[in-house]
Design a protein. Structure first.
Length: 172
């Protein structure tokens, strides 16, 4: 799967509530730096120790090769009105099992407005288009926002040996 096919996959998805999924654009490097330096995002997600525009641009360019290798997909939830990233969905795919571990975040201006539901709904649709059997989110037990979003979407909590809580979505 190459970067164009990821764009084609995103084009197959319906826009939801004024948002759409797109591959990362280098023009959004500043937004990515803002996300990496947001304490709420950095608390729950791995971020580089010294975020910079250069590092963000390099990471964005690397997503194309990751997409091509089909080991992971990183896409952006884009606000149709402002054409700005509202959040991100990252999938680490296990092709043998046709499942993916999902990571996600929302930019500060988009939090507390129910957009987390849109983000996970878009991830679910992406999983179906990619013909995945399901998604799993490993969530820190203290991350109440992520837990609330997973539960509200009807994801099922499943046992894990990890210190994190696991929430599963099964694609139809």
């Amino acid at each position: 799967m190459d970067a164009r096919s990821i764009a084609a996959v995103c084009d197959q998805l319906t826009t939801t509530g004024g948002f759409r999924l797109e591959p990362w654009r280098e023009a959004w490097a500043g937004t990515l730096v803002e996300a990496w330096t947001d304490p709420d995002i950095a608390r729950w997600n791995p971020v580089p120790p010294e975020p910079s525009i250069e590092r963000a641009s390099s990471w964005i360019l690397s997503t194309a090769s990751q997409n091509e290798a089909s080991v992971g997909i990183d896409v952006v939830l884009v606000d149709d009105h402002s054409d700005t990233p509202a959040g991100e969905i990252g999938l680490q795919i296990d092709p043998a099992q046709a499942i993916a571990e999902i990571g996600f975040w929302l930019a500060r201006p988009f939090r507390g407005r129910g957009i987390g539901q849109t983000l996970l709904s878009s991830a679910e649709e992406l999983a179906k288009v990619l013909e995945l059997r399901g998604l799993i989110a490993l969530v820190d037990p203290a991350n109440n926002a992520a837990i609330s979003v997973c539960a509200a979407r009807g994801w099922v909590e499943v046992p894990t040996r990890s210190h994190r809580r696991a929430w599963a979505y099964r694609a139809a």
